[in-house]
Design a protein around this ligand. Structure first.
Ligand code: T46
Length: 180
């Protein structure tokens, strides 16, 4: 397992060893020991899975404390461009974002600490997006930032994504009071 510390403090990418053979492929999709080695210490309490066709964009979401969630995200089928935005008020990289392509060839995974808004756009049909959460779903604590906020300068690589009505009315970062 390759462990890559990204420029946004605390964000870690895991690139597992994938064992291919004539039958297909195998890889370890979660190891508490590897998390410990990487300094990731979370109590994962909920696994989520969503399926999205090409062009579907979900995000940018978070849950406010005390229901904030760290996430460990990966793609089990297809490909997605994952995007996280640093909303930690004390962070030197506040408002900055990171993009990581997740796919079902390398099976790379991204650890997203508490304090980030998270979203992705599916790059292929039938993209299966799986993620662990360190907090349970709490609808009343849901918040987010508008995916196309011009101040974020995110290049999603797609002009007209399919976005839920709920996500189309999320606030922009300017004037936003981060809860982190
Ligand atoms: C997130 C969630 C949703 N739901 C229900 C609520 C709705 O009836 C339905 C779809 O929810 P939503 O439209 O919020 O799903 P996404 O747009 O994929 O939301 C996710 O999108 C981005 C990528 C994230 O990082 C978050 O984990 C999450 O907000 O599933 C649940 O029952 N439990 C849950 O944990």
């Amino acid at each position: 397992m390759e462990i890559k510390q990204h420029a946004l403090a605390g964000v870690v990418e895991f690139i597992p060893r994938v064992f291919g053979d004539a039958r297909g492929a195998f890889f370890e999709s979660f190891s508490a020991r590897v998390m410990e080695e990487a300094g990731v210490r979370e109590n994962w309490v909920q696994d989520n899975q969503s399926r999205s066709d090409k062009g579907v964009l979900r995000g940018l979401h978070f849950q406010r404390p005390p229901h904030a969630q760290a996430k460990l995200v990966r793609v089990a089928q297809g490909r997605a461009l994952d995007v996280i935005v640093d909303l930690r008020r004390g962070s030197a990289t506040y408002g900055q974002h990171l993009q990581v392509e997740l796919d079902a060839q390398r099976y790379n995974m991204l650890y997203v600490p508490v304090g980030f808004a998270h979203g992705f756009v599916a790059l292929e049909d039938d993209t299966l997006f799986l993620y662990k959460c360190s907090g349970y779903y709490q609808p009343s604590a849901e918040g987010g930032i508008l995916w196309k906020d011009p101040s974020l300068r995110i290049n999603w690589g797609i002009d007209d994504p399919k976005v839920s009505d709920k996500d189309q009315i999320l606030p922009v970062l300017q004037g936003f009071e981060s809860p982190f």
